[in-house]
Design a protein around this ligand. Structure first.
Ligand code: TTP
Ligand code: MG
Ligand code: MG
Length: 383
């Protein structure tokens, strides 16, 4: 894998495609896009993995946790750093830096070549977890995604649960931002990194935004930042002094977007909706479970949590095809599904008995879930 390709593979586009205003809209406020939820009520979570490639490498080899490591191409081959862990960052090593420069800053930096297939696999597992919490999910790069969640739910608690599950199930950490729209959620996920989360409530948007440096807004790169500085525009508060027409005349499309962002507004909906395929719950036990009896005793607790989660998502438990997942103490795992089995306490108990008979080992984790029908009933109701 050439390191140039690593860098370009994740280069993010400028402002998202969801935006429709053009310079021709100069005289009017950009029209908000069709909204499914009132802007004030939306709850968007942005999840971004902490030093993603490096986290996966540290999970694979814990001895690397406390020493500076980087993933990238070799210095003598004009290599570039894809990412590095946080110990390496204390030396000033950064993504997209020449490896030769990184080695100068941190001579004992351990350089790893990178394993893209493994990172993609972990990324897919992460998205599977996120999909279980989202009304809509938009993956924006290998290590990050937006979730639109049910506004009736507690977004802070969901972000905490997601972070805990990712830590336990994938062995890496992620940071989360929670806000009423995408751009604020994205900025917020960076606010308490690594391994943290930050909430911007609707009532806090104004204050949060007014002190915000323009370069923090996704899509404002170094070139635009330089241009803004020429006009003494540094923060959102500065931008608010300008009428929309002037902003558009001076900065084109970016001016119209800046006008909105400076007020904390972002009407973009999530793209690439990925339909949820299943709803599940699981639990890792502090002490391994031994034998069928101990495992079956866990079903009522799992069943209760699962039932709640299914109902919160607007489904009926009976509409789902049940499956169970068992992870053993040696980290092997098995899943068993039977679409003829009923998704109720007895059905799950029968499935679990069958799954446990496959292996005679102590059990570390149990999960139960239901696969959603292939056709989305929300779409069927259109006819
Ligand atoms: P990022 O999320 O930008 O960075 P990160 O996860 O390494 O670190 P942070 O904790 O600050 O989020 O990118 C995700 C992965 O994409 C990263 O682990 C490696 C890869 N990447 C590159 O290959 N080249 C780059 O220039 C950047 C920025 C990332
Ligand atoms: Mg990241
Ligand atoms: Mg990222």
């Amino acid at each position: 894998m050439s390191s140039d390709r690593i860098v370009s593979a994740v280069a993010e586009g400028a402002f998202g495609q969801g935006y429709t205003a053009s310079a021709a809209d100069a005289a009017v406020l950009p029209e908000p896009q069709a909204e499914q939820l009132p802007a004030q009520k939306r709850k968007v979570i942005h999840i971004d993995c902490d030093c993603f490639f490096a986290s996966v490498e540290m999970r694979e080899n814990p001895a690397l946790r406390d020493v500076p490591i980087a993933i990238g191409g070799a210095a003598d081959r004009c290599g570039v750093i894809a990412t590095c862990n946080y110990p390496a960052r204390t030396f000033g090593v950064r993504s997209a830096m020449a490896t030769a420069q990184a080695k100068k800053l941190c001579p004992h930096l351990q350089l790893l070549p990178g394993r893209m297939a493994l990172y993609r696999e972990v990324s897919a597992q992460l998205m599977d977890i996120l999909a279980q919490y989202a009304l809509q999910l938009e993956q924006v790069s290998v290590d990050e995604a937006y979730l639109e969640i049910d506004p009736e739910l507690n977004a802070t608690a969901i972000a905490e649960e997601i972070r805990q599950r990712v830590r336990e199930e994938l062995g890496i950490t992620v940071s989360a931002g929670i806000a009423p729209n995408k751009f604020l959620a994205k900025i917020a996920s960076d606010w308490n990194k690594p391994d943290g989360q930050w909430v911007v409530k609707p009532s806090q948007v104004d204050e949060f935004v007014s002190g915000l440096a323009l370069k923090k807004i996704p899509g404002i790169g170094p070139a635009m930042e330089k241009k803004l500085t020429l006009y003494k525009l540094h923060t959102c508060a500065d931008v608010r002094q300008w009428p929309l027409v002037e902003l558009v005349r001076t900065f084109g499309r970016t001016g119209a977007i800046l006008y909105e962002r400076a007020q904390g507004i972002d009407h973009r909906l999530l793209n690439n909706e990925r339909l949820r395929k299943s709803i599940s719950v699981e639990r890792t036990y502090a002490q391994d479970l031994n034998g069928e009896y101990e495992c079956l005793q866990q079903i009522p607790e799992l069943w209760e949590r699962w039932q709640e989660r299914v109902e919160r998502s607007g489904w009926r438990t009976s509409a789902l095809a049940p499956f169970v997942k068992v992870k053993f103490a040696d980290f092997t795992q098995t899943t068993l599904a039977d679409s003829h089995e009923e998704a109720n306490g007895e059905g799950f108990a029968r499935l679990l008995q069958l799954a446990l008979r496959r292996e005679n080992k102590a059990v570390r984790l149990l999960g139960i879930g239901g696969r959603l029908p292939e056709t989305d009933p929300n779409q069927m109701s259109l006819f």
